[in-house]
Design a protein. Structure first.
Length: 118
């Protein structure tokens, strides 16, 4: 059974930091690209950051320079370090595991709420 369990969300003031963690089980973690997505009320889910199997990273423009994604294959964990948070970063953040070869596997966590407000 595949599980992606997010943690680390919460309420933070503008300019603050949060560290999101996603622990994966039931998959060969090192074979999956890992990503963080977010969905704000009334908006579509968007990709925030992803890290490939080789460690290459990609970010949406709005978080470049503020967020950092990293993976630890030994611990089956992906981290999103979020600094200089803004109110527009408020959303539910979802962890994603994506595998594509001769078939595709796409798994999601349950989401963790991030609220940036004074």
């Amino acid at each position: 059974q595949v599980q992606l369990v997010e943690s680390g969300g919460g309420l933070v003031q503008p300019g603050g930091s949060l560290r999101l963690s996603c622990a994966a089980s039931g998959i060969i973690f090192s074979a999956y690209a890992m990503g963080w997505y977010r969905q704000a009320p009334g908006k579509q889910r968007e990709l925030v950051a992803r890290v490939g199997v080789g460690g290459t990273t990609d970010y949406v423009d709005s978080v470049k320079g503020r967020f950092t994604i990293s993976r630890d294959n030994a611990k089956n964990t992906v981290i999103l370090q979020m600094n200089s948070l803004k109110p527009e970063d408020t959303a539910v953040y979802y962890c994603n595991a994506y595998y594509r070869a001769s078939y595709i596997r796409d798994y999601w966590g349950q989401g963790t709420q991030v609220t940036v407000s004074s």
